[in-house]
Design a protein around this ligand. Sequence first.
Ligand code: SAH
Length: 233
Amino acid sequence: MSKQTIAIMGAMPEEVAPILEAIGEYETVEFAKNRYYKANYKGVDVVIAYSKIGKVFSTLTATTMIEHFGATKLLFSGVAGAISPELKVGDIVVATKLSQHDLDITAFGHPFGYVPEGAVYVEADKELIECSKRVASSMGKEVKEGIIATGDQFVADETRKNWIGKEFDAVALEMEGGSVAVVCDSLNIPFFILRSISDAADMDASFSFDEFLESSAIISAEFIIKMLDEIIG
Ligand code: SAH
């Protein structure tokens, strides 16, 4: 079997710090105006990075992890705004599919989130989702699965949130998953997007985000480390 390299990415330093802490020792490599952390974890090569916020930076980082650092699987760990009222701060969501809620050429009769030769939804890897179910049950944790919608906007508005929920059947929203999904799907790399809720994408979202970013990022990172252990076996 060819050698595997597992990429773990987040968008912000807070999302990646607990992962680096769990990994312990790593080497820092600068590339494309960002820092990538390389390590050997229990005999497997891993590369870790936070991309900076949004679709463009996350596209760059995911592509770099695969094309430059040789990642063969990609796990994303981070926080998100809840759309589903069932999701509360600290809850975990596993993305089944991802879409771009701010992609709009509807003036030409196309659906929201669609461009020719693209797709409204990109599916996450089924085996990694199955793996997350095993991890969840071993931790005794409830994990919700659903569609995550991505856009270059911090959503702090009930009307916008509800529109995204309805149009894309999404349970949560954030700013990187949809672009990472496009990269991994195009390059044939199995990927998994995990988010822990930091806010409800409503009027209070920025306050809730500031209060819960760190704790929710830790919840997500702890789950991702368990997944890494399960993948490595
Ligand atoms: N406070 C930060 C900005 C955070 S942007 C600063 O000032 O630098 C929000 C980040 O968390 C993004 O990476 C996004 O993926 C996620 N996120 C959490 N809640 C969100 C919401 N309500 N809308 C959009 N993205 C959200």
